[in-house]
Design a protein around this ligand. Structure first.
Ligand code: NAP
Length: 300
């Protein structure tokens, strides 16, 4: 198949280019700068220069493509996430970008959209398992994610297929994990929420293989990640890789500073990805969080 990727140069995009090529697909990647165009070309994909908000240009780039995978994001990392307006760019991508990408795909006659989404939107379920029917908790922080899913579902009006992949927290050689790793190495707190609460995580490599499986998945919403891990184990795993005996948790009063932006990072989410495996045969290469996920962060 020929696949048009937005966010081609990001963590999810790079993983997807590799996995799509391994599976024999052709990739056109949206790029905003000459640097990212070179990166995407060096990976063997065809760069398509442009921005997410230029619909005619997107439609032109999508001509002849079978699938669009909308992987563009602008996730603020570390303390930047707490600054006023820190979610402005990512909210715009979710609220408007997903609509424009969907309109462009429809204009180009593309019949399938894969949208990157997030399992953070589920309500806290304590120790209970979460599947695709579990309730979502819509707040100021999560509403744009839900709207983005709705926007891409509009491809169904033309008889097309929308596949929303609700990924867990990407953990590996990426900007957010690197930030946590450095904080932990300095002996600083990295844990949010309670120690016994659950997290849904995914290795960057498994994002790409999931996008490949989404090319033929029945339309719908799917959770995509490794086995859930308890926060104490997650925090300790990063701290130990960073040379510490154990990790520390932030005091709960910090949550008042970050309000809804931080609240989503405290939810207990024991998310099952079984449906996606059952429907597509996808299995994560990295099925459970281990120290190897952090190998590339540890100085040689
Ligand atoms: N599920 C998750 O946990 C999750 C999901 C996504 C990201 N993250 C985390 O967020 C951090 C940052 O992610 P990242 O390194 O992938 O970078 P990023 O800054 O979030 O950018 C992601 C991609 O989106 C593209 N993009 C952003 N705005 C665009 C626009 N207006 N038009 C077209 N393309 C646009 C970027 O292109 P440019 O290169 O041109 O900016 C890039 O290719 C990482 O730590 C990552 O793990 C986590």
């Amino acid at each position: 198949m020929k696949v048009f990727l937005t966010g081609a140069s990001g963590v999810m995009g790079r993983s997807s280019i590799e996995a799509l090529h391994r599976a024999g697909h052709e990739v056109v990647g949206l790029t905003r700068s000459s640097e990212t165009a070179e990166l995407v070309a060096a990976m063997g994909a065809q760069p398509w220069p442009g921005d997410l908000y230029d619909r005619p240009n997107l439609t032109a780039g999508m001509q002849g493509c079978d699938v669009v995978a909308n992987l563009a994001t602008k996730v603020p990392v570390g303390k930047a996430a707490l600054r006023p307006g820190s979610l402005k760019a990512i909210d715009r991508i979710r609220l408007n970008g997903s609509r424009i990408v969907t309109d462009a795909a429809r204009g180009a006659g593309v019949e399938r959209i894969v949208q990157q989404s997030l399992s953070f939107i589920y309500a806290d379920q304590g120790d209970g398992w979460i599947d695709e029917h579990s309730p979502v908790d819509v707040t100021r922080a999560t509403e744009p994610v839900v709207v983005a899913e709705d926007n891409v579902n509009r491809i169904e009006v033309d008889g097309g297929t929308a596949v929303n992949l609700r990924f867990g927290l990407i953990t590996g050689d990426d900007a957010n994990t690197i930030w946590l790793f450095r904080r932990a190495a300095a002996g600083r707190s990295i844990g949010l929420g309670t120690e016994e609460s659950w997290m849904h995580v995914i290795h960057p490599e498994d994002v790409g293989t999931a996008v490949v499986h989404a090319l033929t998945a029945p339309g719908g919403v799917y959770n995509v990640g490794a086995e859930p891990v308890q926060r104490r184990d997650y925090v300790d795993m990063i701290a130990r890789a960073a040379g510490r005996q154990s990790g520390h948790f932030l005091p709960s009063w910090i949550l008042r500073l970050g309000a809804e932006k931080l609240e989503i990072l405290t939810r207990s989410q024991r998310v099952s990805s079984q449906l996606f495996s059952d429907r597509t045969g996808w299995q994560p290469v990295h099925s459970r969080l281990t120290a190897e996920w952090l190998d590339e962060l540890v100085p040689a």
